[in-house]
Design a protein around this ligand. Structure first.
Ligand code: NAD
Length: 264
């Protein structure tokens, strides 16, 4: 089996990364940064987001596992003092694979028929470059509303505990293939109106944003921020691709929610 280890880059994470690499080499596993079967991310949720984007072209062949060197993460749930146990589990056991849904984002442009496709593990947000974001919203090809406000956040189920939660969105179990749309400070008065509630869309339902006046937008995809000019539409839906996590022990999602937000 081929493996890679990624680190947040701080001293503690780098030391753990080197330790894990040498332990796994001792077990005759092969280090391969380009085509790993398993990627161990050492740091936090942010480190796993980076690892996901680094290996997004081989999601069907790579499984991820996260070690946290700070607080408990949603994607990074192994502690530094458990790494010997984790190494043995990786080297010696047939681990279980758990798949989580991802978000597909397609940006299309006014001219040239070009499009850009992204995959998000947590979420994608759309904000205006200047002033209020004004966009027409279509769901499954039907006009739904005209959104005016700071922006919109479209998240995956596993991303529902991140930015989406701060926006008042619901927490969705990652076994549900869905995407969630949460508003950022929408303008609601006698002239302008939005639904005002987070929306949860099932597989195969597309959520589409179309410019009303301005055509330049800031689109984020997880930790990445990209300026798109001359935009014709931005489309969101549940991706065909999935992320695969290597599971060595049960750690139920609701327990992770409780441990992260309610009690240790
Ligand atoms: P960061 O360093 O600012 O970390 C953001 C925090 O989000 C960290 O505490 C991290 O553990 C947590 N986090 C990440 N994914 C999570 C998940 N799926 N569930 C629960 N918590 C999660 O930024 P970063 O490390 O580069 O991560 C980027 C993420 O930051 C974005 O994907 C977005 O979800 C999040 N974010 C949150 C807010 C907010 O809550 N107001 C605002 C902007 C971005």
């Amino acid at each position: 089996m081929k493996f890679a280890v990624t680190s947040k880059g701080d001293q503690k994470s780098n030391t753990l990364m080197h330790k894990m690499r040498s332990y796994l080499l001792d077990f005759q596993l092969q280090y391969d940064e380009e085509k790993p079967d398993i990627v161990i991310s050492v740091g936090g949720d942010g480190t796993l987001l980076y690892a996901f984007h680094r290996y997004k072209s081989r999601l069907d062949k790579t499984a991820f596992v996260g070690v946290h060197t700070g607080h408990l993460g949603f994607y990074a749930d192994w502690t530094p003092d458990e790494i010997e146990k984790l190494v043995i589990a990786i080297a010696k056991t047939h681990y279980q694979i758990v798949e989580y849904p991802l978000l597909e984002v397609i940006v299309r442009y006014q001219h040239g028929g070009k499009e850009t496709k992204y995959l998000a593990l947590n979420e994608s947000t759309v904000k205006s470059v200047e002033g209020t974001l004004v966009m027409d919203v279509e769901i499954k090809g039907q006009k739904f509303e005209t959104f005016r406000g700071d922006g919109l956040c479209v998240s995956t189920p596993s991303g529902s505990t991140a930015y989406n939660k701060a926006l008042g969105g619901a927490i969705i179990h990652p076994s549900i293939r869905a995407i969630q749309v949460a508003e950022m400070a929408s303008i609601n008065n006698r002239v302008f109106r939005t639904v005002g509630s987070p929306l949860i869309l099932p597989d195969h339902h597309t959520f589409m944003l179309k410019p009303v006046n301005q055509v330049d937008f800031i689109v984020t995809v997880d930790h990445l921020q990209i300026l798109h000019k001359d935009v014709k539409s931005i489309q969101f839906r549940v991706a065909q691709e999935k992320i695969r996590f290597a599971r060595f022990r049960p750690f139920p999602f609701w327990k992770r929610v409780r441990d992260s937000f309610i009690a240790d």
